[in-house]
Design a binder for this molecule. Structure first.
Ligand code: URA
Length: 198
């Protein structure tokens, strides 16, 4: 079971997403985690379940974690926005004002969990955490941002659903990340090749 803590936002009306959500999808995992993963936004399954990264993207996320020798109950997982952005019946990208409105909750997680490393998943997450727009050049590298723990940007797991050929790039980045974790004494179990076998 995941530990869901006082970091739960129980009500928030800071932006329009509050009007269409089923529930707020708070961060989940281990409050003493050394590593925080930040995604983009909840989708349909997450909005219903209340926990991040379900479904197909969740399976890829879990395979990424397994490669790193980590489990969900050892990390902290959250999103740039905590409520599902909807366009009609479909998911959409969160808008800048929605990301800005949710940022205090993201920073609260950073403050309370105090991770040593933040792994951002996709361009939107990277921009939300760092304020930078250079995802394409910095992906797979360590990024320093004043006032934040070190940031390591990765592709979003959902990107690999449609772009299978990018799995090898993801595996290259995950290997660089594992090296960083080992060099900096960030604990993990032996990784399982899974995602990176082929
Ligand atoms: N995509 C995300 O970025 N976060 C989730 O929680 C689910 C899908």
């Amino acid at each position: 079971m995941y530990e869901l803590t006082a970091l739960k936002v129980t009500d928030c009306r800071r932006c329009r997403l509050s009007r269409s959500r089923t529930q707020i999808v708070n961060g989940s995992g281990h409050v003493g985690a050394a590593v925080m993963f930040t995604g983009e936004a909840p989708g349909k399954a997450e909005d219903l379940m209340g926990v991040g990264f379900q479904g197909q993207a969740g399976k890829i996320f879990d395979a990424m974690l397994a490669y790193l020798g980590l489990r969900r109950d050892q990390i902290w997982l959250n999103n740039a926005v905590r409520c599902r952005p909807l366009q009609g019946q479909k998911n959409r990208t969160p808008r800048p004002d929605e990301i800005q409105a949710c940022r205090p909750w993201l920073l609260q997680d950073v403050d309370q969990i105090a991770p040593r490393l933040i792994i951002t998943l996709g361009r939107i997450s990277y921009a939300s955490v760092t304020g930078h727009d250079d995802f394409a050049t910095m992906r797979g590298k360590l990024v320093s941002v004043p006032g934040l723990p070190s940031v390591f940007p990765l592709f979003h797991p959902a990107y690999l659903i449609y772009r299978r050929e990018m799995r090898s790039v993801m595996c290259h980045d995950l290997t660089a990340l594992l090296r960083y974790m080992d060099e900096h004494g960030i604990e993990h179990s032996p990784g399982q090749p899974g995602l990176c076998l082929s």
